[in-house]
Write a protein that binds this ligand. Structure first.
Ligand code: HEM
Length: 496
């Protein structure tokens, strides 16, 4: 009996020591990052900085590799309430996650208080001279130069025919291919379009090579930054190196071309020409590494996102016949009232596609291609009564905003009709961000998606091989099988 007591006492002691040690380890990040803030630490948002070194990354990755990624932010809401602002340690730095409209808006629009704050690992992949890491002034200048040619009525009219021709021929080709990875091909299509706008290039070999490297690069963007052979991040860094090499040879070739006699006769100047010729107020031109990082960023941002959204919108429509019929009827109406002499779509018609626009909004909301964007506090900032200390990172968590049941009833249900006669309240719908970093390609993306859906609805059906394929959420939400499917032309008989 005495012996048993002794054993159970020593177990209890060890148990207690264990609990004590765990709670000390759990508090380590608090001591490391919060104690030094003095009295300000008591005004930090609720939350916890997780485990030493990894912080909250383990819970983040665990949730995003499960079938319930939102369990990550749900845990904060359950533990700390619906404050819409939580502290955490993400990607190696003390951070604040914001999830409600007002808090997101403030972070995105207050340039005096916040600047880009992407993890170093992301900057190394996207480029130290890309928009995510250059100075405020340089960003403003390069943004002015590069955003105008991809936005607005005039620019879009310029690309409409090119997009249309490519959509028509892609759909035709895919419908003769049997089973194929639909997502892989929508990404190829949008890549071709962005390549045309930026580089006027259509060389299949160059495009194939670039596209392949971008796929590898993007897997590294949200992965743990472990630069050891075999790890995703290491492969992504290698892919960046190859991308830079290919883009450098394109820049070299263009510089040579522009020196030659052909430059005088060339009238279709693309974005590369604009970047090569731009000068700042002191007459300084951009260096090759600056041009390459801007190109690398645009070519990436300009195809991954629209490729994914085209795939999802098609999949959602095909899975919901009631919305598909409504969207199709609208397209038929548009074609019917067209003058007989008109060939193909006009920008005016695209602007009349009200229901299709709802379909696109609903897809952008449910999928939320950009799960989060990163900022850094330039000074101590007071947000809703909480302090965000200078140097802390802020993550604007769009995904939670777009799936908030208080803003969107039944948020996981695909229902484009929810947008009928509905104007979203300020900052409740931010698929393209907001403020000075609002996506410059938003009009172009919408145009590409609308043109694709127009031709799909009028002539095709998608038959998925695995309609219940599991989803992957990182780096972006997609079916694990890349949406293996057959595209059936309605003028052909369906496959057996
Ligand atoms: C459905 C398609 C798209 C989605 C959902 C999307 C989403 C976004 C979001 C949320 C941002 C804001 C990033 C931030 O606040 O830090 C952004 C920025 C950006 N997007 Fe898009 N985008 C799309 C298409 C495009 C296209 C087609 C282009 C190319 C023309 C493009 C080029 C860019 C660039 C260059 C930035 C950085 C802007 C800056 O920092 O000033 N995007 N995009």
């Amino acid at each position: 009996m005495g012996m048993e007591l002794l054993i159970s006492w020593s177990w209890m002691t060890w148990g207690l020591v264990g609990v004590l040690m765990i709670s000390c380890v759990k508090k380590a990040n608090g001591w490391l990052y919060e104690s030094k803030l003095g009295a300000k630490q008591y005004s930090l948002p609720p939350g916890d900085l997780g485990w030493p070194f990894i912080g909250n990354m383990w819970s983040f990755l665990k949730a995003f590799k499960s079938n319930n990624p939102d369990s990550f932010t749900d845990t904060f809401v359950t533990r700390y309430g619906r404050t819409g602002i939580y502290k955490a340690l993400m990607f190696g730095r003390p951070s604040v996650i914001v999830t409600l409209p007002e808090t997101c808006k403030r972070v995105l629009t207050d340039d005096d208080a916040f600047k880009p704050g992407w993890p170093v690992s992301t900057t190394k992949l996207i480029g130290e001279k890309s928009f995510i890491s250059i100075s405020f002034e340089e960003h403003k200048r390069l943004r002015r130069l590069t955003a105008a040619p991809v936005n607005g009525y005039e620019a879009l009219s310029l690309y409409l025919n090119y997009i249309e021709e490519n959509v028509i021929s892609a759909l035709d080709k895919w419908s003769k291919m049997g089973q194929f990875e639909f997502l892989t091909y929508t990404r190829k299509l949008t890549f071709r379009i962005i390549m045309y706008i930026f580089l006027s290039s259509e060389s299949e070999d160059v495009m194939e090579a670039l596209e392949k490297e971008y796929t590898t690069l993007n897997y590294g963007v949200r992965a743990m930054a472990i630069n050891i052979p075999g790890f995703v991040y290491h492969k992504a860094l290698k892919a960046r190196k190859k991308l830079v090499g290919i883009l450098q040879s394109i820049v070299d070739e263009r510089r040579n071309q522009n020196k030659g006699p052909c430059s005088l006769t060339k009238n279709n100047k693309d974005m590369l020409d604009a970047l090569l010729s731009v000068e700042d107020e002191k007459g300084r031109k951009l260096e090759d590494d600056e041009i390459i990082d801007v190109l690398l960023m645009y070519l990436n941002a300009g195809h991954e996102s629209s490729g994914h959204i085209i795939m999802w919108a098609t999949v959602f429509l095909q899975a919901h016949p009631q919305y598909l019929h409504k969207a199709k009827a609208e397209q038929e109406r548009i074609v019917k009232k067209r003058p007989a002499t008109q060939k193909g779509l006009t920008l005016k018609e695209v602007r009349e596609m009200e229901y299709l626009s709802n379909v696109i909004d609903e897809t952008l909301r449910i999928v939320t291609f950009s799960l989060t964007v990163f900022r850094e506090a330039k000074k101590d900032v007071n947000l809703n009564g909480y302090i965000i200390p200078k140097g802390w990172r802020v993550l604007v968590w769009f995904r939670t905003l777009h799936l908030d049941p208080e803003i969107y009833p039944n948020p996981r249900e695909f229902n484009p009709s929810r947008w009928e006669d509905y104007t979203p309240k300020a900052c409740t719908f931010l698929p393209f961000g907001a403020g000075s970093r609002l996506c410059p390609g938003n009009d172009l993306a919408r145009l590409e998606i609308a043109i694709f859906l127009h031709y799909f609805l009028l002539g095709y059906e998608l038959e998925r091989a695995n309609p219940n394929s599991e989803l992957m959420y990182l780096p972006h939400t997609r079916p694990k099988d890349n949406c293996l499917a057959k595209l059936i032309s309605k003028s052909q008989s369906p496959s057996p």
